[in-house]
Ligand binder design. Structure first.
Ligand SMILES: [Fe+2]
Length: 331
């Protein structure tokens, strides 16, 4: 039976599905699942570059500011680096990252976040305090094509009158615009170009893995291990035959708070500068694949209703204020 991951079955979700067809092998997509550290360049520097090429960066230092790059520079000045590791669990693993001067006893190092569910699903973030949740699947079509599915599940406050869905709307979205240019001014668009720009099947003999690739290495080992289990006639991870065991499956994750979410804040800062936050501080719609949701206007209306209730994004409050200059412009 299909695994009943919690976003599939929870009763309070408003769902949308957005899919892309990628001209590359599925493993390139899935390997990125373990890589936290790509955000600095893939989403920080690349965002800035793309928007600059589009003439959307202004002279306002807030709009030119790249928090992820500045945070890295600040770490280097302090002699601190980012550590990362996988934390195995029964469905796959969570990933974590932490600055090297923090204790290994810290909850983020022990619990992790952004679960990977074997073989090809990731739950970015995976924490409860957001409205916006999603699973991303890198489904193999053949050796050189992948069907990438974003399963969005918005969880609005129970006071709202969220329309009941008879079926989940689905949109298949192109990688290129009508002029044949790759669309790179949103988060998933930036991830995807990194996957398919490696070619149809990446040449791993040319790579130089480091300690920063610990989660990617873990995934490859897990994949080999599971292949061997199948070769021996066994059943791989996340095979469910017992309905009682297959209910609203979820992984425990560490929920960041404002005092420790240095990377989370940095990620939010650049999105706040370049993209959209609602008045209450919720990340929404334009900065990511949500812009293609068939029910986009309805979802924006539900965010507005959430804010009318006086609800603010607790962990994201500081992000909403990030339109103030908070660091150095790159130039
Ligand atoms: Fe990414």
């Amino acid at each position: 039976m299909l695994p009943e991951w919690d976003l599939f079955t929870r009763p309070d979700g408003f769902r949308q599905i957005i899919a892309h067809r990628l001209p590359c092998n599925w493993l390139q997509v899935v390997e990125n699942r373990g890589d936290h550290l790509h955000a600095v360049y893939t989403h920080g520097r690349q965002f800035q570059y793309v928007l600059e090429r589009q003439g959307r960066l202004t002279d306002d230092p807030r709009a030119r500011y790249n928090a992820t790059m500045a945070l890295q520079a600040e770490r280097a000045a302090r002699g601190v680096y980012t550590r990362t590791r996988p934390i195995p669990n029964e469905f796959g693993f969570t990933k974590t990252l932490m600055e090297s001067d923090r204790s290994e006893d810290s909850p983020e190092w022990q619990l992790g976040f952004s679960p990977v569910m074997f073989p090809y699903t990731v739950y970015p973030g995976g924490t409860e305090h957001e409205i916006r949740h999603d699973y991303q699947f890198g489904v193999p079509i053949d050796d050189t094509h992948t069907w990438h599915v974003t399963y969005r599940c918005y969880v609005f406050p129970s006071e709202l009158d969220v329309p009941r869905q008879e079926r989940i709307p689905y949109a298949e979205v192109p990688l290129q615009n009508e002029r044949g240019e790759y669309i790179l001014d949103y988060v998933l668009g930036q991830d995807m170009v990194v996957w398919y720009a490696q070619g149809e099947i990446a040449d791993r003999t040319q790579e130089h893995l480091t300690a920063a690739d610990a989660c990617l290495i873990h995934y490859r080992k897990l994949l080999r291990e599971q292949i061997e289990i199948v070769q021996r006639g066994g059943e791989p991870m996340n095979t469910f035959r017992d309905a009682a065991r297959n209910r609203c499956l979820r992984t425990s994750v560490y929920t960041r708070d404002d005092s420790t979410a240095r990377d989370g804040r940095a990620a939010g800062y650049y999105r706040a500068n370049f993209h959209r936050f609602s008045k209450g501080g919720w990340r929404y719609i334009e900065d990511d694949v949500d812009r293609y949701c068939p029910d986009k206007e309805l979802i924006i209306g539900l965010y507005e209703q959430t804010e009318a209730l006086g609800r603010r994004a607790s962990a994201s409050r500081e992000l909403a204020q990030a339109s103030q200059p908070i660091g150095v412009p790159l130039r």
